[in-house]
Write a protein that binds this ligand. Structure first.
Ligand code: S3P
Length: 427
């Protein structure tokens, strides 16, 4: 278990790139594996979570070769070409891998078992196993299919129209992947719009979707066509680097080639509302996703309220936003974010605990937190609870805090941001 020791800094400066978007990387591997023909994926994220998705498809007979450090070549096997895995698919810490794969595997005429680490094996899967069962899949697991390991007996699926209780791109994507195999396809009615990378990438692979408002329909049985896919930089990774610039006195950092899909830019909107000095330049599109260069400069911040339909667009950035709110002027309220409790760890609990140790006045709510900002925070010993975004949030907080901050158990940073410490040191 690695601990990181951080002390206050001044004047972080530089131009950097962050690893490829994790959500888009998973989807690129999944869709290229079941497409016809060869796909070149450029800028893939090489973190542990994405590697687990790639390894699962290799176990199911897909040839995936590394061409350069961040480039993969995937030899698609077609919609029905996957092979029954003769071992348990171990998805490590990756919730996205598990939820998307259980959907895809429900459409396969074979048996498979999915598991993960002790964190993933305690995350709720009922939100996917329930609708998949109503499509005809057999799914077994602890707590009646709610907790991994999950065993899937896939096969003939029928169409459903589903309205998930909670806004979740993972549930939506799981059902779209199952829908590829369902006669009549699937219709999903989202309670609130969530990241739409699956929809965009299905389009890139030649599959038309019918989208009207928050309703999405996909026809079943259509073939995907491989091609070239470019993955943008991960805005959820960039958020930590931009936060460092906003927090550390005398800093100015530019992150190039970041994905700015409007379903993911809640952090940029929140920063603007907090008075953060950000600049978005060079907006363009690649492989169906908008990208841009984003610069951030240190300056005063003020508290805000975040609730309701904006939450899905900033869900992964709420831990680092809580750090920024801790040094902002005034109060920040985060509500309607109960989903944070079932991420890689209970992120509300973990942030409340660590921020309190740093001397921040923070109140824990069932669905969020209320933070009273104060420009000075103190170094402390904070645990990541094995969660990459908690670890990175406290490392960034330590760059601003008085005294020494020790962040415990930081190996998890590799799940989404390999090279994070090296990148910070380069600034
Ligand atoms: C993701 C969706 C979100 C997000 C997760 C990645 C995805 O989860 O928190 O990090 O790639 O679809 P939910 O769909 O559970 O909200």
């Amino acid at each position: 278990m690695t601990n990181v020791i951080v002390t206050a800094r001044r004047g972080l400066r530089g131009e950097v790139k962050v690893p490829g978007d994790k959500s888009i990387s998973h989807r690129a591997i999944i869709l290229s594996s079941i497409a016809e023909g060869i796909t070149g994926i450029h800028g893939i994220q090489s973190g542990e979570d994405v590697r687990r998705t790639a390894a699962a498809f290799q176990t199911m007979g897909v040839s995936i070769t590394r061409e350069g450090r961040n480039d993969l070549r995937v030899h698609g096997v077609g919609l029905k070409g996957l092979r029954e895995p003769n071992e348990v698919l171990d998805l490590g810490n990756s919730g996205t891998s598990m939820r998307l794969l259980v959907g895809l595997l429900s459409g396969q005429r074979f048996f498979s078992v999915l598991t993960g680490d002790r964190y993933l094996c305690n995350r709720p899967m009922g939100r996917v196993s329930r609708p998949l069962r109503s499509m005809g899949a057999t799914i077994m697991g602890r707590e009646d299919g709610n907790l991994p390991p999950l065993a899937v007996r896939g096969g003939e699926l029928h169409s459903i129209s589903h309205r998930p209780e909670k806004a979740s791109a993972q549930v939506k994507s799981c059902l779209l992947l199952a829908g590829l195999y369902a006669e009549g396809g699937v219709t999903i009615e989202e309670p609130v719009p969530t990241r739409d990378h699956t929809e965009r990438m299905l389009g890139l692979f030649g599959l038309p979707l019918e989208i009207s408002g928050t309703s999405i329909h996909l026809e079943g049985g259509l073939q995907l066509r491989g091609g070239e896919v470019w993955i943008p930089g991960d805005i959820s990774g960039a958020a930590f680097v931009l936060a460092a610039a906003l927090l550390v006195p005398d800093s100015e950092i530019t992150v190039r080639d970041v994905g700015v899909n409007p379903t993911r830019t809640g952090f940029l909107d929140a920063m603007a509302a907090m008075g953060g000095r950000l600049k978005v330049d060079n907006l363009r599109e690649r492989s169906g996703e908008p990208i841009a260069d984003i610069s951030a400069y240190c300056g005063p911040l003020k508290g805000i309220e975040l609730r309701g339909s904006v939450i899905p667009g900033i869900i992964d950035e709420l831990p680092i936003l809580s750090v920024l709110a801790s040094v902002a002027e005034g109060q920040t309220v985060i509500a309607d974010a109960g989903e944070l409790r079932v991420k890689e760890t209970d992120r509300i609990r973990a942030m409340v605990e660590g921020l309190r140790k740093m001397g921040v006045d923070v109140e824990e709510k069932p669905d969020g937190l209320i933070i009273q900002g104060n420009p000075s925070i103190n170094g402390a010993r904070c645990s990541s609870y094995g969660d990459h975004r908690i670890a990175m949030s406290f490392i960034i907080a330590g760059l601003r805090a008085r005294g020494e901050t020790i962040v415990e158990d930081t190996d998890c940073v590799n799940t989404s941001f390999p090279g994070f410490m090296r990148l910070l040191e380069s600034l």
